[in-house]
Design a protein around this ligand. Structure first.
Ligand SMILES: CSC[C@H]1O[C@H](OP(=O)(O)O)[C@H](O)[C@@H]1O
Ligand SMILES: Nc1ncnc2[nH]cnc12
Length: 305
């Protein structure tokens, strides 16, 4: 446990069912305006028992009024980066494409198949006169995934009402929604190698890469989507059945994990890949970079100022 500091190094994004971390101690909410608009919700700053602070955003807004295609992901990621966040632990409710991933299980994916439809604002590098191509072969922070996985596994093995199973190194399909998949699509995703499905990891993970933030996604399974013959396809009613238990378990995981994540970020010698990575992804020569575009980028990447 570290000594308390004022810096907010770690952000948490809550998904369906996870609209607050009320098992931590909230100290204030802050409104951050970004060049890409306002985040989904005010940012709640809470303290961990050590006194260290973490930042929380509800992806769909408090009360869940923002549909997956309309989440202001650029503002969410930019606001967190701007207040100092270097690592994000995000949560997501997902459907299972595999028999062995049961409702209630946790999953930490390592790969993504993007099935969004091009209607989301998925990059900071468009229309600004600065061209950047981020590395996305490993869409999550491999270093942060490696750091959190054993810790989440331990927390889930000891959790009240548990143990709860953790699956690692899985592939998440991100669909556009808001309607759920057809049976044919669900079967196709299985053939493609998809293990779980949601509507939110794209563009969140991509934008975190562009903002040089280590990003990991902790998923909770709520249903078997639409691929199982002889069973009805997923409905919101079915998702909601496990959402409450999953949210409780996610809060316990967050409480048990975030101090360690804060400490490893503060140590500065383990999560080494993200910082400075976009310097090498920008192909526009410095003298050709648009000044207004650079100003916008400097909100998240100060070396553009
Ligand atoms: C309520 S079912 C579909 C909805 O749930 C997931 O949300 P989140 O990833 O924010 O937990 C999924 O991505 C869809 O947005
Ligand atoms: N079956 C499903 N498809 C897409 N997103 C989901 N979130 C939870 N269950 C889902």
């Amino acid at each position: 446990m570290s000594s308390s500091s004022e810096k907010v190094l770690v952000g948490c994004i809550g998904g369906s069912g996870l609209y607050n971390l009320d098992n931590l101690t909230p100290v204030k909410t802050i409104e951050v305006d970004t060049p890409w608009g306002k985040p989904s919700s005010p940012i709640t700053i809470s303290t961990l028992p050590s006194g260290d602070q973490i930042a929380f955003i509800a992806r769909h807004g408090i009360g869940h009024h923002i549909s997956p295609s309309e989440v202001p992901a650029r503002a969410n990621i930019a606001a967190l980066k701007h207040i100092g966040v270097q690592a994000i632990v995000a949560f997501s409710a997902v459907g299972s494409l595999r028999e062995e991933i049961a409702p209630g299980d946790f999953i930490i994916p390592s790969q993504i198949i993007d099935r969004t439809k091009g209607i989301r604002q998925e990059t900071y590098f468009r229309g600004i006169g600065v061209v950047g191509h981020t590395m996305f072969g490993d869409p999550f922070s491999t270093q942060l995934n490696e750091f959190v996985s054993p810790r989440v596994e331990k927390i889930l093995s000891e959790i009240q009402g548990g143990p709860v199973k953790l699956h690692q190194n899985k592939t998440v399909v991100c669909m556009e929604g808001p309607a759920f998949s057809t049976r044919a699509e669900s079967l196709m995703y299985r053939l493609w190698g998809g293990d779980i499905i949601n509507m939110s990891v794209i563009p969140e993970a991509k934008l975190a890469k562009e903002a040089e933030i280590d990003y990991t996604l902790i998923c909770t399974s709520t249903d078997y989507d639409a691929w199982r013959t002889g069973f009805p396809p997923v409905t919101v009613e079915e998702v909601v059945k496990t959402l409450h238990t999953n949210a409780g378990n996610s809060k316990a995981v967050a409480a048990g994990l975030l101090q360690d994540v804060h400490d490893v970020v503060a140590a500065g010698n383990v999560l080494t890949e993200a910082k400075g990575s976009m310097r090498f992804s920008t192909i526009t020569s410095p003298d050709a970079q648009n000044e207004e575009g650079k100003k916008k980028l400097a909100f998240i990447l100060p070396y553009f100022s």
